[in-house]
Ligand binder design. Structure first.
Ligand SMILES: [Fe+2]
Ligand SMILES: [Fe+2]
Length: 142
């Protein structure tokens, strides 16, 4: 289980969501600390999406059409998320809610559907290749 795409990537999600929740829960009152936290959240999320795109979403011979459709949807959401992050430090309440919604939806599709599907359906060889890239590229060194 430890050596699965689901495990590695869900761990990254947890760290990123913990930072996002800390930004929103009002526990950080110091302005400098908040700006650093926002930067760290943005950097992590951008690095995570880049890693997914480089290690997973660009695989040509991924097999089923269903998998390809999931990739297309998730890639579109990455673009939306990136656009929202540009102005994140100045987000109003409505945009924060939008970001919250899209991140929750995105995480559910990845960790609930895509990653387990990849773990189940990919050949051992392809899975090893992906796991190697994910471990090397992970910001948390998992
Ligand atoms: Fe992800
Ligand atoms: Fe993603």
């Amino acid at each position: 289980m430890q050596n699965s795409i689901t495990f590695l990537m869900s761990n990254e999600h947890k760290v990123i969501f913990a930072k996002f929740n800390k930004i929103l829960d009002g526990s950080v009152v110091d302005k400098k600390e908040m700006l650093e936290l926002i930067k760290s959240f943005k950097d992590d999320l951008l690095a995570h999406m880049k890693l997914e795109e480089q290690a997973i979403f660009n695989i040509e011979d991924i097999g089923s059409n269903e998998m390809k459709q999931i990739f297309v949807k998730l890639l579109e959401e990455h673009s939306q998320i990136r656009r929202m992050l540009v102005d994140f430090a100045r987000l109003d309440e409505e945009t924060v809610d939008d970001l919250k919604d899209i991140l929750a939806k995105h995480e559910a599709l990845e960790a609930g559907t895509l990653y387990p599907k990849l773990d189940r359906e990919l050949s051992d060889y392809l899975k090893e290749e992906i796991l190697k890239k994910l471990s090397e590229g992970s910001v948390y060194g998992v």
